[in-house]
Design a protein around this ligand. Structure first.
Ligand SMILES: Nc1ncnc2c1ncn2[C@@H]1O[C@H](COP(=O)(O)OP(=O)(O)OP(=O)(O)O)[C@@H](O)[C@H]1O
Ligand SMILES: [Mg+2]
Length: 1018
């Protein structure tokens, strides 16, 4: 679908429905033409009110209309504009010269709509429209009824009365409603006089600059400062803080502001300013008002007195003597401006500050007046502060006494403190505070709105400034409607091309390479360059460098979020597809590190198969450094592929993804139950329709899973099955042979393990002889993230130690330690050599070496924080302790080690052996009965998992522990277990255990004899 055809957008808007009450009676007895004559002017005045306040009439009925504010073009303040229009309609009706009063009902509701889907027709869709229509029907004649959502947006500006909860036809839940009474009067500063206001943060240097400008004005060097910043950065707040500071020093401050509905009410800001100056309020007794005007003018300069009636008239103070003076409007305007200029320049004027806000909404006639004031301020004791958003080009920037002060976002620590001020500083809230600070990215208004949104959604509960976490936790991104409307308006002001480019950027992400955006937009670099320039000038994006060349970053993360959210799902999907296509065809798109990004765009484009394909690639890449991320991605791949029967290709991908889930799953502690469905799928694939490479790969991955939680013999059988499959990749074959060696080692078949190591080494040698370069495990697939050859050597060294072939082991171990500090040094492999050395040192009765090697594993564990290594570090140090120091201490370490293995789901392939060693340590510390009990557990587990070394050790301890602790134990049973241990020593070839068995036998004999002697003497 061409992008240009997708026009509809989501918008936060306010919908207004209005309807004449009793229109049938109004036209009773009139013919059609007369009826139209009667109703049409009424409808026309309603339409006029809508248009005056920037609304769009969506449709007329015979006696009413529906209108929308904030769509199809987003409008900040849409709700306030709709309220103004509703009030204007009501007052237009009240002034109708009808014999019978005409009354209308108005309903207002704010919310999300979809608008502009069809450019030929003004339409909007959404539940928001239905609610507004129902509210209109529920309003009293002559009344305006609004929903709570609408009121929330205008509460600060409008007077409302609560009207309870209403059940509206067709809307399931009751809706809280309010009656709109009128606009609030009061100055801009009232907004900040709330006692609940959080203290101002940052801005010290800006306040200093303003204070210095005031000192200059005091010396007659008056100036104008234009404070510019995007919405919500704190222009008004800075002006307010400064004004307060001035007022405390009795400096006169006069304030005025342009209004969002400014174009509909020209000159209002100037009137506000003059009224502030003369301290007159609407509804004041005209006589008093006039006296105030005269007094003020006199205090400036007696020559002004003649202008008093003229000014009073301008300010709407009724004065009979000038009612009939017909002055030409242009002449009147000119005279007023001259008067204003003279007032600013007047000699008698005290030091004064004028604050004029929100010039981006200023109407033209007011701008003329303001220009006069700005120009006249030079060389007076007037300080003029203006504020506006970047979209407004300040026309006075070249005046010598003008300076612009660009406010930027609050710094990280300031915004964090501000969020803490708003939310509270309970430790439990810390995560939420950081999240809000990050999302608001230094914009205090955004921070406030985000807090409000979290309160609304129940994530935060309690009193403001002292919130608590509610029961509802959500990591969903939040986008408050106020922010959506404010940012949406500045996006909608853009010409079509700029807007499209911005939307493309938003689809790509918070940051994007320029070339990619150009490719998607189909623009040349030069064409796009101009558009980017304008978007940057408007403060929507800024240049940055990305991993893939020069690019742009959204000036605020929420600008990206809003620009993204505005677009309809269908359009976003089309753009994501275009982005994916462009990335796939870029040079960098081929790199695995961007595969996840590509997958993200395909997924958002609804192309889940393509998304899965790239995620497989990404998981393999990321798995080399980050197992848990690779695990997450592999699981997601599997989800993306769904479960429906599909093409062979998809079936293969699904099985490969399942295999990858297993690959990474065993390392992050996935349980056997969780693995089950993946395993079945991967195995079915491997056995039924695997190609040469995938079959062995799947079996190998599944085998590792068996290794960590299942039977060692089954692990070995799987590896043998894998090796029987036709395969060509020698690197993979060697890896599987190494796994077979590991399986045999776990089963306790040490000679078989040694043989498998040798075969694997031979395969690698053949591979080298064939001229195949690259380090298996690191460079060539299959990726194990460590050097497979090194792993085989470490395994072999360990096997040799256990076989008692110490001299051969020594050579290999020395070799292994030489790898330290090179690419071969992978902690998860290197620890094996150190663990074997601990065992060897115990055998050689060398406590220093034992401790040194144990410490080395501990250092690896500390550096990497890998739980698997922490388990092994604890084990190694315990093993050294059982041999030399303190068996009781060793038992404690081993218990901790077992607890950690269970809690962190790590090193579970060692569990049975750890238990056996624990029983040994217990025996050594004199806890014979406990030792027997622990050995019983170890036996049970070792037997189930076919861990013969553990079974051998546990058998001897069980026998010894029982014999020593319990006199009634039948000798036969003890002998049986000892015989079993002996058998296992023979089967496994573990000469190390033969030694321990011999020592134990001696110990048992001694103790039993001792006990017998004690029995005789006792
Ligand atoms: N430095 C600050 N420390 C604490 N709160 C601040 C700070 N700056 C602004 N705020 C708060 O953030 C909100 C938005 O500020 P403000 O209204 O001044 O923004 P603005 O730049 O004038 O925006 P707009 O362009 O919409 O007028 C206000 O509630 C204000 O109190
Ligand atoms: Mg402001």
């Amino acid at each position: 679908m061409p992008l240009a055809e997708l026009h509809g957008e989501r918008k936060q808007a306010t919908v207004l429905f209005a309807d004449i009450v009793g229109s049938t009676e109004l036209i009773a007895g009139l013919d059609a033409e007369q009826a139209a004559d009667r109703l049409q002017p009424l409808i026309a005045s309603m339409i006029e009110a809508v248009r005056r306040f920037d609304g769009t009439v969506m449709g007329k009925t015979g006696d009413g209309l529906k209108a929308i504010f904030g769509a199809p073009r987003a409008l900040e303040g849409h709700a306030l504009l709709a309220c103004q229009a509703a009030l204007a309609m009501q007052s237009a009706m009240a002034s109708q010269p009808e014999p019978v009063p005409v009354r209308i009902r108005v309903g207002l509701h704010s919310g999300e709509v979809v608008a502009g889907a069809d450019p030929r027709e003004l339409e909007a869709q959404g539940i928001t429209l239905h609610i507004a229509s129902r509210l209109e029907q529920a309003a009293e004649p002559g009344g305006i009824l609004m929903s709570a959502t609408c009121r929330e947006l205008v509460g600060a500006y409008c007077d409302t009365l609560t009207a309870g909860w209403r059940l509206l036809k067709g809307i399931p839940a009751p809706v809280e409603v309010f009656r709109l009474i009128g606009l609030k009067t009061g100055s801009a500063a009232d907004r900040f006089s709330d006692s609940n206001l959080a203290p101002i943060r940052g801005r010290e240097s800006e306040l200093d600059m303003l204070k210095r400008a005031l000192l200059d004005a005091e010396r007659g060097a008056g100036s104008v400062i234009g404070i510019v910043a995007p919405p919500g950065i704190g222009k008004s707040r800075l002006c307010f803080e400064f004004a307060e500071w001035c007022r405390q020093r009795h400096v006169d401050v006069y304030e005025a502001r342009a209004h969002i509905f400014g174009k509909a009410t020209p000159l209002l800001p100037i009137l506000e300013l003059m009224r502030a100056f003369f301290r007159i309020t609407t509804g004041m007794d005209p006589v008093v008002a006039r006296r105030q005007i005269e007094d003020s003018l006199l205090s400036l300069d007696p020559s002004f007195v003649a202008d008093a009636p003229f000014l009073a008239d301008f300010l709407g103070v009724p004065l009979p003597e000038i009612r009939d003076q017909s002055v030409d409007p242009t002449a009147r305007h000119a005279r007023l401006r001259q008067l204003v200029a003279r007032m600013v320049k007047a000699e008698g004027r005290p030091l004064s500050v004028v604050i004029f806000e929100d010039l981006h909404w200023l109407d033209e006639p007011s701008q003329d007046f303001l220009k006069t004031i700005v120009e006249a301020a030079a060389g007076t004791n007037f300080l003029v502060l203006l504020n506006y958003r970047p979209a407004w080009e300040c026309p006075w920037r070249d005046l010598p006494h003008f300076r612009q002060l660009a406010l930027v976002e609050l710094e990280g620590s300031d915004i964090e403190t501000l969020v803490e001020d708003l939310v509270g500083d309970e430790p439990a809230l810390r995560k939420t505070v950081l999240r809000i600070a990050r999302q608001s990215d230094g914009n205090p208004f955004f921070a406030e709105e985000l807090v409000r949104a979290l309160v609304r959604s129940g994530v935060l509960v309690g009193e403001s400034h002292h919130y608590r976490l509610g029961s509802k936790d959500s990591d969903e991104p939040i986008l408050p409607p106020t922010i959506e409307a404010a940012i949406g308006a500045s996006v909608d002001m853009l010409p079509e091309q700029e807007k499209t480019l911005l939307q493309i950027g938003a689809v790509i992400g918070k940051e994007y390479p320029a070339a990619l955006a150009c490719a998607v937009a189909g623009l040349s670099r030069q064409q796009a360059g101009e558009l980017f320039g304008r978007l940057s000038a408007l403060g929507l994006i800024k240049a940055c460098s990305t991993a893939n060349g020069p690019g742009f970053v959204f000036r605020h993360p929420l600008i990206q979020e809003v620009t993204y959210a505005m677009q309809l799902r269908s359009r976003k999907a089309a753009l994501h597809a275009a982005v994916a296509h462009a990335i796939a065809h870029s040079e960098w798109g081929l790199q695995d590190e961007f595969a996840a990004l590509l997958s993200h765009h395909y997924e958002a484009a609804g192309q889940s198969i393509a998304a899965a394909r790239h995620l497989v690639r990404s998981a393999a890449w990321v798995g080399r450094t980050n197992t848990s991320e690779a695990f997450r991605q592999s699981r997601k791949t599997r989800r993306l592929l769904g479960s429906q029967v599909a093409s062979r290709n998809v079936e293969v991908m699904r099985a490969v993804a399942s295999a990858a889930v297993l690959t990474f799953g065993w390392r992050v502690g996935m349980t056997a139950d969780e693995a089950e469905p993946y395993t079945e799928e991967a195995l079915r694939y491997a056995r039924e329709f695997a190609d040469d490479e995938a079959g062995p790969e799947v079996l190998m991955q599944y085998g590792r899973f068996k290794a960590s939680t299942g039977s060692a013999d089954e692990y070995a059988a799987l590896m043998e099955e894998a090796l029987a499959m036709p395969a060509t990749d020698l690197g993979r074959i060697a890896t599987i042979q190494a796994c077979l060696a590991q399986a045999h080692w776990m089963s306790g078949f040490l000679e078989k393990a040694e043989a498998a190591c040798n075969t694997a080494l031979e395969t690698l040698a053949v591979r080298r002889r064939l001229g195949i370069n690259g380090i298996v495990g690191l460079d060539a697939p299959p990726h194990t993230s460590f050097d497979v050859e090194h792993w085989i050597n470490c395994l072999k060294a360990q096997v040799l130690v256990w076989l008692g072939r110490f001299d051969e082991a020594d050579i290999l171990l020395e070799d292994a330690f030489r790898a330290e500090g090179t690419h071969r040094e992978a902690p998860v492999v290197q620890y094996i050599a150190h663990l074997a050395s601990v065992e060897l040192a115990c055998h050689r009765r060398d406590p220093v070496a034992a401790r040194r090697h144990a410490d080395r594993i501990r250092a690896y564990a500390d550096q990497s924080e890998i739980p698997y290594l922490r388990v092994n570090a604890l084990f190694a140090s315990a093993r050294a302790k059982t041999s030399f120091d303190d068996c009781a201490e060793a038992a404690r370490d081993l218990q901790a080690c077992l607890d950690l293995a269970a809690a962190a789901n790590a090193g579970r392939e060692h569990q049975s052996y750890l238990l056996a060693e624990l029983s040994y340590a217990q025996y050594g510390s004199g806890l014979h009965a406990e030792a027997a009990a622990t050995a019983r557990d170890a036996l049970e587990m070792a037997h189930r998992r076919h861990h013969r070394l553990a079974e051998c050790l546990a058998s001897m301890i069980y026998a010894a522990g029982s014999a020593v602790s319990n006199a009634s134990v039948v000798n036969l049973e003890v002998e049986q277990y000892l015989a079993r241990a002996e058998d296992l020593v023979r089967v496994t070839g573990a000469s190390l255990l033969a030694r321990r068995l011999e020592m134990l036998r001696g110990d048992v004999r001694l103790r039993v004899t001792q006990r017998a002697l004690e029995g005789q003497t006792g």
